[in-house]
Design a protein. Structure first.
Length: 441
């Protein structure tokens, strides 16, 4: 559809909407965007806010228009002259439209700020056009960039490991199984083992990839597919590992705030920025059990915590708030019996050189450990979990051909983003979330 009168477009220079600024004042410009909102303003004409690439351009068309033919999210080409903006609405310039061509009139938009959460999931492709979901797209992109910049500065090598596998890392009960040309295969739970094969060459390696867990955990912090930030390092000790994790999280959060501060405050004017102090506090698993009992924090069934108990989500959040004053907290040295075969033990074989990093409001966001480097220990560990070591030859070979002290970690990207933004559910950190009851669109 085209605004009707004949119009010579040849004098108008094509400029992306995002790039239109004061340097274009008095110039004839052609651009493209979507109608964000519009209102007729009597004899003045019609004010139209046009959107593209996260920017809204204030426009004035000198005639009244039929708003039914220029609905929200209608796509349009527009031609006009950039003018100074003399009002106090904060717009950098005011674009005076001489002519516009409608590419397609959009139907009534079915999503608004009052739309229920379930409908927002069903209409997720359209909800992306709401301010909070627009912010999510930028926030997620910037945080991924912050991670990659950290790893680049620290000279990590990025790898792209396979996600179709025939091995397991975190136990068979959480594997998604599939038929791979007549053979059983799985969606990966973690890329850790592949990263371990790279460190004898790279010393430090990382990946940012999807991992999958077939856990029937329908909670506000569990996903069946999530973005996994994983890294492995050679020739380190447990203290080194904790320091690298702390440096990474502190740097990423600091850089994220620096990049996004203005947009955070624009959307959430009363947002309170976290102020994390280094070093992060630490507490061992056994000391955490003792702390719960000392302060009278009970399990859900009203009983005291005892050694061997799993520390649930709510208890993690309590520990961060009460023990660490709502700052990140390393929970360390979990019992060997509760951890996977590959984790190295401390001098006391009952415990592992392991850690979870607990984050305010959400609890665990990261798990890491030192890895076993003894060949027989790895083989015995696999067998103890009912796993045939033979298909893992490529992994156990690392303990034959020049083993060294090494360790690594995996961070749930969505949990960090959601915890940092104080969103209530991890699904808000995903483009199209996958959880127990959802595998579409």
């Amino acid at each position: 559809m085209t605004e009707s009168r004949e119009f010579d477009k040849s004098e108008y220079k094509k400029v992306p909407l995002k790039e239109i600024n004061k340097s274009h004042i008095s110039q004839k410009i052609h651009s493209f965007g979507w109608v964000y909102n519009r209102r007729n303003a009597g004899q003045v004409g019609c004010f139209i806010n046009i959107f593209a690439q996260y920017k809204i351009l204030k426009c004035l068309y000198p005639h009244k228009i039929d708003t039914d033919n220029l609905t929200r999210w209608t796509s349009m080409d527009f031609y006009g002259v950039v003018k100074e903006n003399f009002t106090k609405d904060g717009a950098e310039v005011e674009f005076h439209i001489d002519h516009y061509d409608v590419r397609k009139i959009a139907p009534s938009f079915p999503v608004n700020k009052d739309t229920q959460a379930f409908v927002l999931l069903e209409k997720g492709h359209l909800a992306l056009r709401m301010p909070e979901r627009m912010f999510f797209l930028k926030a997620r992109s910037h945080m991924l960039r912050c991670f990659r910049e950290f790893f680049y500065e620290k000279e990590f090598t990025e790898i792209t490991p396979p996600t179709l596998v025939q091995t397991q890392v975190e136990g068979g009960s959480t594997l998604f199984k599939l038929n791979y040309f007549g053979k059983e295969a799985y969606l990966t739970q973690s890329s850790q083992l592949y990263l371990e094969t790279v460190v004898p060459v790279a010393m430090k390696a990382y990946c940012i990839a999807s991992s999958y867990r077939a856990e029937k955990s329908n909670t506000t912090r569990h996903l069946t597919e999530y973005t996994h930030v994983e890294a492995e390092l050679a020739d380190i000790c447990f203290e080194d590992l904790l320091n690298v994790i702390e440096d990474m999280v502190y740097t990423v959060v600091t850089d994220f705030y620096e990049k996004m501060k203005g947009e955070i405050l624009e959307l959430y004017p009363y947002y309170e920025f976290f102020e994390f102090k280094r070093p992060f506090k630490r507490i061992s698993y056994e000391d955490a059990i003792k702390y719960f009992n000392d302060v009278g924090y009970k399990k859900d069934n009203g009983l005291d915590f005892v050694s061997g108990d799993d520390i649930p989500d709510a208890a993690e959040v309590f520990l961060v708030k009460s023990y660490a004053d709502n700052t990140p907290l390393f929970l360390t040295n979990f019992e060997t019996a509760a951890k996977p075969f590959y984790m190295r033990t401390t001098a006391d074989p009952k415990y592992t050189e392991s850690t979870d990093l607990l984050f305010p409001n959400i609890g665990e966001i990261l798990g890491g450990s030192m890895r076993k480097e003894d060949y027989q220990e790895l083989v015995d560990g696999l067998r103890s979990e009912g796993i045939d070591p033979k298909p893992y030859y490529w992994y156990t070979d690392m303990a034959q051909y020049g083993p060294c002290s090494h360790g690594g970690f995996g961070l749930g990207f969505e949990r960090l983003l959601v915890g940092l933004m104080r969103w209530k559910n991890v699904v808000k950190g995903c483009l199209y979330p996958r959880f127990v009851t959802r595998c579409y669109p």
